[in-house]
Design a protein around this ligand. Structure first.
Ligand code: GLU
Length: 292
């Protein structure tokens, strides 16, 4: 029998807050209840925003909360060569293309199009979809620009990927915190358009690294915040393209901040370190997030 495997996968680009505490504690509780494994993955591919200091803070906060995990911890920044191999495959299969437009060029293109009376489509986060301009750039011109060090990102050719996808692009979503029931959710990766899968200097993106690592680490259950629910559609498509196994998912409720808004890493007062300094105990945190 294979053990159920859960993971908590924070990005060390700020301090952990109550929302992270809930996610980590829920994963721990579910892993323990199943007699399964809990892995910790440090998602630090953004080497400009992630720092060793934040990572040390994350590890300290988790230990203080009483979270235990298996060693070694997987740190994504140590595995760029692995992601590069997967990216090379996507390049060879012409599923990604180099996208050269700068932010201001994208803005100008969209403004021009909207001036002509056409509402430009936006992704579920409200960000305008990438214009289809660079898909039409001939191979030789692409090579010339890359050789001349024109900045670019590797973007998924969503239309091609969808056309090649196998029929069933759904995922299994658990319906409650105890994972007692499931439903199938239809993935809608097309709502995100041509997402970035890698940068010129960093051979991966959040989506690519997550699906590669979830497969590599044998993750059976991805338990994470509701804010990533629709992004799961893109990850489901990538699993299909790369022939990777599919975990089951549970997207849990988000812990609201004191003003009722979504927590962010810049809310000092719900940061675990600040709460600890104010005399809050790990048991108080459990009570605050409803994991007792
Ligand atoms: N690293 C992501 C974050 O901190 C979570 C990714 C995931 O759980 O799939 O928001």
């Amino acid at each position: 029998m294979t053990l159920l495997t859960f993971r908590f996968a924070p990005s060390p680009n700020g301090q952990l807050h109550l929302g992270h505490a809930y996610s980590a504690l829920l994963n721990q509780r579910l892993a323990a209840a199943a007699g399964g494994r809990l892995l910790l993955r440090i998602e630090d591919i953004d080497i400009t925003r992630c720092t060793p200091e934040f990572e040390a803070g994350v590890l300290h906060d988790l230990k203080w909360l009483g979270i235990g995990w298996e060693e070694p911890v997987r740190r994504q920044s140590e595995h760029f060569a692995q992601y590069r191999t997967v990216l090379d495959r996507l390049i060879a299969e012409e599923l990604v293309y180099p996208a050269f437009m700068s932010r201001s060029e994208i803005r100008a293109f969209i403004a021009g199009s909207e001036k002509r009376g056409r509402d430009w489509p936006r992704d579920p986060d409200g960000v305008p979809l990438y214009p289809p301009v660079d898909k039409a750039v001939p191979v030789r011109e692409r090579q010339r620009r890359i050789a001349e060090n024109v900045p670019f990102a590797w973007r998924l050719d969503m239309d091609t990927a969808m056309a090649r996808a196998s029929g069933d692009l759904s995922w299994t979503e658990f319906t409650d915190e105890t994972l007692s029931g499931t439903r199938q959710v239809e993935a809608r990766p097309q709502d995100w358009g041509d997402v970035i899968l890698a940068r010129r200097d960093i051979p991966t993106s959040y989506h690519l690294a997550v699906v590669v690592d979830d497969a590599l680490q044998g993750i059976s259950h991805v338990v994470r915040g509701q804010d990533l629910f629709s992004a799961t559609g893109v990850q489901r498509l990538l699993q299909d393209m790369l022939g990777l196994p599919q975990p089951g998912y549970f997207h849990h409720r988000l812990i609201p901040g004191p003003d009722g808004r979504k927590l962010s890493k810049s809310f000092g007062d719900t940061g675990l370190a600040a709460l600890r300094q104010a005399g809050v105990s790990p048991d108080d945190v459990r009570r605050l997030v409803g994991i007792t």
